[in-house]
Write a protein that binds this ligand. Sequence first.
Ligand code: NAD
Ligand code: UGA
Length: 460
Amino acid sequence: MEMRFERNILCIGAGYVGGPTMAMIAYKCPQYKVTVADVDHERIAQWNSDDLPIYEPGLDEIVKVARGRNLFFSTDIEHGIKEAELIFVSVNTPTKTFGAGAGMAADLQYWEKTARQICQCAEAPKVIVEKSTLPVRTALAMERILTSNDSGIHFDVLSNPEFLAEGTAIRDLEDPDRVLIGSRLTESGLKARDELVEIYANWVSRERILTSDTWSSELSKLAANAFLAQRISSINSVSALCERTDADISEVAKAVGMDSRVGSKFLNASVGFGGSCFKKDILNLVYLCRNYGLNEVANYWESVVQMNEYQKERFVLNMMTAMFNTLAGKGICLFGFAFKANTGDTRESAAIFIAKRLIEEKAELVVTDPKALENARIDLRGIDGDVSYVDDPYEAAAGCHAIALVTEWDLYRDLDFEKIYRSMMKPAFIFDGRNILDHRRLFEIGFNVFPIGKPPLTHF
Ligand code: NAD
Ligand code: UGA
C-alpha cells in the first residue's frame, strides 16, 4: 500500500545545496515526502547509489536513513512539479560569461527555465521557494513568469536563502544560526511563509526562524556573503603588511578578534578565499550597485575581490622570490586542492590559480588531496605543463624542491615531516598558505619555512 505523507515537497536542483538541504528536511520530517529532481541524469544516479556525488561529512548517514523512506532522487521533474505543493528551486546561478554583464552579473537562465517549467506543468496552486542565491528583486520576475499563463493558478514566491558552508553543511543545516524566510506581506504571502516556518520548526527553534519581506531576504544573502568575504580580504591585506614589518598575523588577528564587537571567527589569513559563491555573489552585488548608479558602493565591494586576487598572486610571487627567482624545472608539491578542508569541491579554489601560475613558471607540479584529486584533474585538463596527481602525500612530496600547503586538511598537520624532508631536494621549502603547521619544528628539521603574514624561518 502506498504510504500517505502530510506534504509533498520538491526541490529542483540536486547540487551542493539541494541535495544536503532536502536530505536534512527528509531526515528530520519522516511525515513529508521529499523529492529532489535534476536534469543531470548522472548526478541523480549518483544520489541513488552508495557513492554520493558530493563529499560532505555526515551526509551519507542521513541519506541512508531517509532515502527510499521519504527521500527520493529523480529526473522526472514534470511529475515532481505536478505532485508537490511546495517547490524549492536550488539550481545554479553562476556568473554570466556572455553578453551584457559578462563576468559580473548572475546568469539566470537555469533559474528562468525552472520557472517556465513550473508554470507549464502546474495543475494546482503552489508555494515556490527561492533557495538559490539571486539578485535582489528576482522573486518579482519569478512571479511574473508564473502568472504569465492563463490557467489562473495562484503561486506564492518566497525567498529562503541558504547559509550552509561546505564541509560543515550537515552541522549548519541541523543547527543553523538562523533560517531566513522572506515573503510578500499579503495575506497569501504570509500564509505561504507560515507553511515554510512550520517545516523548519520541526527541528529549528522558532527564535532562529527569521521572517522578513522578500527583498530584504534576497539582499541579506548577498550582503552576508560579502561581509564574510570582506573579513578574509581585510585580514589578508594586513598579512601583507605583517610580512614587511615582522609582525605576526596570528597575533594581530587574536588581538583584533578578542574585541567582542569584531569577533574571532573568519579571521584566518590564507592563500585567498575560494568556493563557488563568494566571488560570484560579490560581483553580482557590484553589478547590481552599478545598475542602480551606486558606483562608490560598487567600487567598495569590488575591492574585496581585488584584494583576494592580489593575495593569490602574492603567494606565487613570494614562492618565486624565496626560491631564488626561478621555478623552472623545480618540483613543487601542492598539499591540497579543495577550496577548503572537508570537501572535494574545487570551484574557484585558490589552488587552481596557483597551479596555473606555477605551470606558467615551468615548475613541475605534483598535486595531492584526500578528496579533490578527481576535480583537480578536471580543472587542470588541457593545460600544457608537467602535472601529476598522487594520493599519498609522502609519495607526492618525494623528490620535490618545495611544498605549498593550499588546503587546511587536518591530515597535513600530523604528517611525519622528518621523513618528508629526507625525501625532498635541498634546500627544501615549505610555503604554508594556511598557517596550520608547526613552523618552528619544520625549521628545526631543516626546512625553509614561509608562512602567511609571519616572518619566514630560513637557514640562509
Ligand atoms: P550546483 O551546481 O552544485 O547544483 C545545481 C544543480 O541544478 C545542478 O545539479 C544542475 O544540473 C541543476 N539544474 C540546473 N538547471 C536545472 C533545471 N532547469 N532543472 C533541473 N535542474 C537543474 O550548485 P549549488 O552549489 O548547489 O548552488 C545552488 C545555488 O545555491 C546557487 O545559487 C548558489 O549560489 C547557492 N548556494 C550555494 C552554496 C554552496 O555551498 N554551494 C551555499 C549557499 C547557497
Ligand atoms: C560560504 C559561506 O560561509 C556560507 O555561509 C554561504 O552559504 C556559502 O558561502 C555560499 O553562499 O555558498 P563556503 O564558501 O562553503 O561558504 O565556505 P567558507 O567556510 O565560507 O569558506 C570560503 C573560503 O574562504 C574558503 O576558501 C576558505 O578557506 C576561506 N576562508 C575562510 C579563509 O581564507 N579564511 C577564513 O578565516 C575563513
